[in-house]
Design a protein around this ligand. Structure first.
Ligand SMILES: Nc1nc2c(c(=O)[nH]1)N[C@H]1C(S)=C(S)[C@@H](COP(=O)(O)O)O[C@H]1N2
Ligand SMILES: [Mo]
Length: 277
């Protein structure tokens, strides 16, 4: 590939990345994965087209060694200084969690940001006709009504942390997955539990981890809003936000990992239900 072409593709990629940044700021769109993919592709392209082999004289010699150690030490020395400055000036970075996310709307019911992996936007769900079905590697598959699930009143405090850059800690209420599974008599070879949305977005957890997760109907004292996944969403402590499936309608017990789930989170927004049809 000619140098010109790669320079153009880098410029284009940088512009795209910049524009998605602006758009997501304005529209509150969620993920930075798109920017990441575009930039990575551009850089890899650039490396193949333009990389020069490292020569010994680029890295050997006293001057070079001094130069590199100074850069390294300088970087290390600057970091605590930057952290301090952030705290003193109360910049947004000061309230960041180790994931880089900033806290918004903890312990305030539905008043925290809402996010989709791509663009899932189902129609509001009527709790009275909605059912949760539990099936797969179980002896007694069955359905549950909203009222049955609400009456369990299990509680779990956990932090939703979206890769889009916010986190929010809530006291969630609903029914624990453990309690739900106790209704179904699992087969001996049950290994995973898959949580499936009306949009076909799905994600699974290993059985033991699933048991400590919660199927939430409420956040704080409020029933979940439609945007936050009413009537039922997964709350999975320690897992990233994209794994907390919203608008769940089916739970399937699996005997092997679900290889198709990764694709499902990218395609669900293009299904009829995902588009609100
Ligand atoms: N069905 C479905 N569930 C989903 C998503 C989605 O697009 N579809 N997005 C996930 C992502 S990326 C995050 S961060 C959380 C956001 O939950 P919130 O809208 O309640 O903040 O929901 C997750 N659950
Ligand atoms: Mo997210």
């Amino acid at each position: 590939m000619s140098p010109r072409l790669t320079d153009w593709s880098i410029a284009l990629a940088a512009m795209l990345a910049f524009m998605t940044g602006i758009v997501s700021l304005i529209a509150g769109l969620p993920q930075e994965w798109f920017i990441f993919v575009v930039l990575t592709a551009a850089i890899v392209l650039h490396m193949f087209a333009r990389a020069k082999r490292l020569r010994t004289r680029d890295i050997a010699g006293r001057r070079r060694a001094l130069h590199f150690s100074a850069l390294l030490l300088g970087g290390v020395a600057l970091w605590p200084g930057q952290q301090l400055a952030e705290r003193v000036l109360n910049l947004p970075g000061a309230r960041q969690r180790f994931t880089g996310s900033r806290e918004i709307g903890s312990y305030a019911g539905n008043a925290f940001p809402t996010s989709s992996w791509v663009a899932d936007q189902p129609r509001p769900i009527d709790a009275q006709t909605w059912r949760l079905s539990l099936s797969g590697a179980v002896t007694t598959p069955r359905d549950f009504s909203y009222d049955e699930l609400v009456s369990a009143s299990d509680e779990l405090q956990a932090t939703l942390d979206c890769t889009g850059g916010f986190y929010s800690t809530q006291r969630w209420r609903g029914i624990s997955v453990r309690r739900l599974l106790d209704h179904a008599a699992l087969h001996a070879d049950a290994r995973f539990v898959s949580f499936i949305s009306v949009t076909s977005y799905r994600w699974s957890l290993p059985l033991e981890e699933a048991r400590i997760a919660l199927l939430a109907t409420h956040t704080g004292e409020e029933p979940l809003s439609h945007e936050h996944g009413f009537p039922l969403r997964l709350v999975s402590p320690g897992r990233r936000g994209f794994e907390w499936v919203k608008w769940i309608t089916r739970i399937e017990v699996l005997t092997a990992p679900d290889a198709g789930q990764v694709l499902s989170i990218f395609t669900s927004s293009f299904t009829d239900a995902g588009r609100g049809k």
